[in-house]
Design a protein around this ligand. Structure first.
Ligand SMILES: [Zn+2]
Ligand SMILES: [Zn+2]
Length: 398
């Protein structure tokens, strides 16, 4: 992120229109093509909004695009997704948009990441980008991004569309309301309804289909992209406010959300300690614990945010299987014993103190994602350890 303030009256450099694709941007007084080229933007969601946002970012020459999505293309996407083609059915959205972005502008470097941001992308990833753009279609994913952004104190731009309506909002931790501040009791009810059976939540998220048009996607994505552009340039933005666009009546207006007392999202991990030698795949629990104890004392433990299943044991036939996976992402079918189909019991852990018999497992083998952040706690103080060594391999763009 550039901290440079754009000086009024800075000389405008006009390039050759025959050889410079960014020629016309040179006439915009505050536009810094080098700043745009050096920027890294995370786009979460490669659907209708994501297609439009990525198209815009590519045309503007944003240097590095990290695109995250877990979905594949179906024909119904073709009516709203400028980067998809008839023959793309069944392909991963991230792979297709990455390819098309390169066709639009070979200058742009891309990383396509197919997965679930809730469990498979480390929080540290959000720390190391200049702007986060949420191109999402459900409250759960927005809530996740919001909490991640708060955790690492990064701004994010949300967009939402329904029929001819749209909302564009920028959230910046500790500056005005956040996304969760805007949630009503009815929103929470919808979220809780879907999460009443956590094992089915992942499937249900896919079902919350909202009717949208390519026009509302274009309009909202264009504003989202512009907000990200302003963030990259260090220009003034309006966190905690929303722009509402009503395409039926052609009303466009802004509104400011009140900050909610006791909002669950309002917590930032501090201090975060970067560990350039530590990676998910090469560092063991024992090694990370040693680092934590070196920093905070011998009584220090490592703590994970959610429960990790270490073993599943069948009370009927006695079969026990090592699992080492976050409980939140276990599928219903995995509860059953493969031998006798009995309901298995789980052994859980969320704290590593040094007495465990699995300390030689790597962090990846404990279901900790690359660039993950884990807490070290000695009972009096806590610090957050980032698997910074993953930056080199995870945040690579081509
Ligand atoms: Zn809030
Ligand atoms: Zn069994």
């Amino acid at each position: 992120m550039s901290d440079e303030q754009i000086e009024v009256g800075e000389p405008i450099v006009i390039t050759d229109p025959d050889s410079d694709r960014y020629h016309t941007f040179g006439y915009i007084s505050w536009w810094q093509q080098e700043t745009v080229r050096d920027a890294t933007v995370l786009v979460v969601g490669a659907g209708a909004l994501g297609n439009e946002v990525l198209k815009n970012l590519a045309l503007m020459g944003i240097g590095n695009l990290l695109i995250a999505d877990f979905d594949t293309i179906e024909d119904s996407n073709l009516s709203r997704s400028v980067l998809f083609r008839e023959g793309d059915r069944g392909e991963r959205k991230v792979d297709v948009v990455a390819r098309r972005v390169k066709e639009l502008n070979p200058d742009v470097k891309v990383k396509a990441w197919h997965g679930d941001i809730n469990f498979e992308m480390g929080l540290g990833v959000f720390r190391h980008v200049d702007a986060i753009i949420g191109c999402l279609d459900n409250r759960e994913a927005r809530l996740s991004i919001n909490r991640f952004a708060y955790s690492v104190n990064r701004p994010w731009v949300d967009g939402a569309i329904q029929e001819l309506m749209g909302i564009v909002r920028l959230f910046w931790p500790w500056q005005g309301a956040c996304y969760e501040c805007t949630l009503t009791d009815a929103d929470y009810q919808i979220i809780n309804l879907r999460y009443s059976c956590p094992l089915l939540a992942r499937d249900n998220i896919l079902q919350g289909k909202v009717p949208t048009t390519p026009t509302s996607a274009s309009i909202v994505a264009a504003f989202q992209t512009q907000e990200a552009l302003k963030l990259i340039h260090g220009m003034e933005v309006e966190p905690g406010k929303a722009m509402l666009i009503n395409g039926l009546t052609n009303d466009v207006y802004k509104t400011e959300y009140p900050v909610k007392e006791g909002c669950m999202s309002h917590s930032t991990l501090e201090p975060i300690v970067e560990l350039p030698q530590v990676t998910a795949v090469t560092t063991t629990l024992a090694e990370l614990l040693a680092i934590a104890q070196e920093k905070l004392g011998p009584e220090t433990v490592i703590e994970f945010d959610g429960e990790i299943i270490t073993h599943m044991t069948c009370p009927d036939c006695g079969a026990s299987e090592p699992v080492f996976k976050k409980m939140a992402r276990l599928y219903e079918s995995e509860y059953r014993c493969p031998d006798c189909n009995g309901r298995r019991e789980m052994s859980l852990t969320h704290r590593i103190s040094g007495d465990e018999d699995f300390l030689d497992r790597t962090l990846a083998e404990m279901d900790i994602p690359p660039l993950g952040i884990v807490r070290a706690n000695n009972g009096r103080e806590q610090i957050y350890l980032e698997l910074t060594g993953d930056k080199e391999t995870f945040l690579t763009f081509s």
